[in-house]
Design a protein around this ligand. Structure first.
Ligand code: NAI
Length: 335
């Protein structure tokens, strides 16, 4: 088994607590990882005078993989989102969000298992807004053939690697004929290289209704940035909330794995945070670095702890502390 070096960014608020629990679990799975701890965000601003210091970016570039805790972003003032900055500087173009129900967690669709692949670099998130005349604002939606093709290919390659059967493109090409039309054209062009995977598409509004009524029809879904942002939160709601949703940001030069939730300052420092989402992100990371066996064993141990239902954190109705939950998974991994 080869040794991996991975950049570790504990983050703010509950970040250091859930990252520490996750690292203990991952190490118990037997993978050989050397963690390179780095800081970004508010902590880095204090130490380096910038929220995205070069040592952290260089570490991710060199190791090609990072596990990251949530970062606090000030609202309406102060620095801009470091998460968005990191995605930009590393060109992390694919945001992958698996949506999977867990045993014993009350939710609308207890057997749901789908994956959202969101384009991370363009669309209305290009930040191109201007005032044309007072009272009239333009916000420019940028869609390119290059980005639409690479995200579509990523979705099909992901489906092939994970043994999934269908990729659905989500769009509004009936109205935005040029921009979403281009996205859809790139999607079907990419599909030609993956004949064993079914390719279809849904218009975004119908798609949202179908997701609420009959989400099991979906497998892998690929979409532009804004639709992906909204649809992935909708889907997290179908399985019990954002606290259980992991995310991966993937590009050519690196990949950053994180929970979808934030730094939860209201419960930071109490040892009660739920590390599930960041653990699930770490499991995705293990698969990404080729440690599939360790990933599957860790996932199985986590699912068994949920199935037992006795060691569950407070947010999910239990009384277990972060460390108790981690210990229960580690016990399963060792037996
Ligand atoms: P949040 O996700 O941090 O918290 C929302 C609610 O969920 C809170 O009541 C919190 O206690 C609870 N919660 C979240 N994660 C939990 C966990 N693992 N275990 C138990 N309870 C959990 O969202 P909020 O309050 O809007 O944001 C707080 C900060 O996090 C903000 O500065 C925001 O910008 C940042 N943020 C960072 C993200 C990232 O780094 N990827 C993503 C989202 C928000």
């Amino acid at each position: 088994m080869s040794k991996h070096t991975i950049t570790l960014i504990p983050g703010d608020g509950i970040g250091p607590e859930i990252i520490a629990a996750t690292v203990r679990i991952i190490e118990a799975s037997g993978v050989d990882i050397e963690w390179e701890t780095q800081i970004i965000g508010a902590q880095a601003l204090e130490k380096y005078g910038t929220t995205l210091p070069e040592p952290a970016v260089e570490s991710i570039r060199r190791n090609k993989v990072a596990l990251k805790g949530p970062l606090t972003t000030p609202i309406g003032k102060g620095f801009t989102s470091v998460n968005v900055g990191l995605r930009k500087v590393l060109d992390l173009y694919a945001n992958v969000r698996p949506i999977r129900a867990l045993p014993n967690i009350p939710c609308k669709y207890p057997h749901l298992d789908l994956v959202i692949v969101r384009e991370n670099t363009e669309d209305l998130y290009a930040g191109l807004e201007h005032i044309v005349v007072p009272g009239v604002v333009e916000s420019i939606k940028v869609i390119t053939e290059k980005a639409s093709t690479r995200i579509s290919r990523y979705a099909f390659e992901f489906a092939r690697r994970e043994g999934r059967k269908k990729v659905t493109a989500v769009h509004k090409a009936n109205i935005m004929k040029l921009s979403d039309g281009l996205f859809l054209e790139c999607f079907y062009n990419a599909a030609k290289d993956f004949p064993e995977i079914t390719a279809d598409d849904k218009i975004i509004d119908n798609c949202c209704m179908q997701l609420v009524m009959n989400p099991q029809q979906f497998d892998v879904m690929v979409m532009e940035n804004l639709y992906g942002d909204i649809v992935s939160d909708l889907c997290a709601g179908l399985i019990g909330g954002l606290g259980l949703a992991p995310g991966a940001n993937i590009g050519e030069i690196g990949a950053v794995f994180e929970a979808v939730h934030g730094s939860a300052p209201d419960i930071a420092g109490q040892g009660i945070a739920n590390p599930t989402a960041v653990l699930m992100a770490a499991i995705l990371m293990l698969k990404h670095i080729g440690e599939r066996d360790a990933a599957e064993r860790t996932e199985k141990a986590m699912l068994e702890v949920f199935a037992d239902g006795t060691t569950i954190t407070k947010d999910l109705g239990g009384t277990a502390k972060t460390a108790d939950f981690a210990n229960a998974i580690i016990d399963k991994l060792k037996n």
